[in-house]
Design a binder for this molecule. Structure first.
Ligand code: AHM
Ligand code: MG
Length: 282
């Protein structure tokens, strides 16, 4: 696994450079979920594809920006599913964005996720890696070396509340629940980039991030293989929880298609219990 993590460190430096120097603007293409692709999305995708193909233990890759599985090394062991540049719609506003990697052994699904990693491109570049069964570790790029900042953990209760989706289309139970947390004193923290938003909750050791199903999109927006499962592994290993709208652990879900989405909730013990109560799935 270290071979993949080392390559992800190289990728982080190279994408950091692309974000600063690559020409912005859209191409005429859309990805499989219908989002218009930025030139930067494509450049990041190609870079990751090239680097993962060079990593001998990678058997295949699946990108959020492409349809289907791309074979890499015949003797490889792992399938890496990745979102090359999450939050690309906020990159031109110069907000933080990220790259997410799910590393699967066998058929990609929650149970076969063996490790994951994400990179945050903010004022600094940070990386979080997790191997199933171990703690998540946080690193920061200083000059050209990676400084380990220690293991990440989540307390029983936090102060932050971040919910995605168009509020007009939130189901009444979700709206009532989110407002009840604000009435308890929770603070709104939502940038529109799941990588910095989830990273902030982890760094502040608690809180809740929701991307619910809504009246206009019953499965929400976030894709299981590239976005949801990698964070579910991080949150659980940090001592938090990661569930769907039925109270089921996200890591127990099985996508039918690589680009399948699911409503998802990541948080500390207290907020997740309040959510289960509000959704009637306790
Ligand atoms: P993307 O993969 O096309 O960038 O979309 C995913 C992003 C997440 O980072 C973020 O949580 C979500 O979209 C924001 O969506 P919304 O504006 O609907 O809340
Ligand atoms: Mg994304």
């Amino acid at each position: 696994m270290q071979q993949i993590f080392e390559m992800i460190k190289t990728i982080a430096i190279e994408i950091g450079d692309l974000i600063i120097n690559q020409e912005m603007g859209y191409t005429d293409d859309t990805n499989t979920t219908g989002d218009q692709q930025l030139k930067l999305d494509i450049a990041c995708d190609l870079l990751i594809e090239k680097r993962l193909k060079e990593t001998e233990i990678v058997k295949a890759i699946i990108s959020e920006e492409k349809e289907g599985v791309i074979p890499c090394n015949q003797d490889g062991e792992f399938t890496v599913c990745y979102d090359p540049l999450d939050g690309s719609s906020i990159v031109d506003a110069n907000l933080a964005v990220g790259s997410i990697f799910g590393i699967y052994k066998g058929e990609p699904k929650g149970e076969s996720l063996v490790a994951s990693a994400y990179i945050v491109f903010g004022p600094r570049i940070e990386l979080v890696t997790i191997i199933r069964g171990e703690k998540p570790y946080r690193y920061r790029l200083v000059g050209s070396s990676w400084q380990q900042l220690g293991a990440m953990s989540i307390k029983d209760k936090g102060k932050l509340n971040a919910s995605g989706g168009t509020q007009k289309y939130w189901y009444p139970k979700h709206k009532k629940f989110i407002y009840s947390l604000f009435d308890e004193g929770y603070r709104l923290r939502y940038s529109g980039g799941m990588v910095p938003d989830l990273h902030q909750i982890l760094v502040k050791e608690g809180g809740l991030f929701s991307y619910p199903g809504t009246e206009d999109s019953s499965k929400g927006k976030l894709r299981m293989l590239f976005e949801v499962f990698p964070y579910a592994l991080v949150f659980e290993a940090a001592g938090g929880y990661a569930i769907d709208e039925n109270g089921k652990r996200l890591l127990e879900l099985v996508p039918e298609h690589p680009h399948d989405k699911t409503p998802c909730f990541f948080g500390s013990n207290y907020e997740i219990n309040r959510l289960k109560e509000a959704y009637g799935v306790l």
